[in-house]
Design a protein. Structure first.
Length: 60
């Protein structure tokens, strides 16, 4: 079974961790990942808010 790793979030994608990493914005990433509550089902990134990952799911 092949997993779909393509982001489907459109314009909202610019504030997501994957885009911040590719832009080299490590200081901003540190700020939005200091108290993670969600993880991205697509890439595994952990973030404080579901708004900062493409495919959020609660950490558990």
């Amino acid at each position: 079974m092949e997993s779909n790793k393509t982001c489907q979030c459109g314009a909202k994608h610019t504030g997501h961790i994957c885009m911040l990493k590719s832009a080299g914005r490590s200081e901003e990433i540190a700020h939005i990942t200091d108290h993670p509550t969600v993880t991205c089902f697509t890439c595994g990134a952990e973030a404080n808010s579901a708004d900062n990952v493409c495919n959020p799911m609660p950490m558990g």
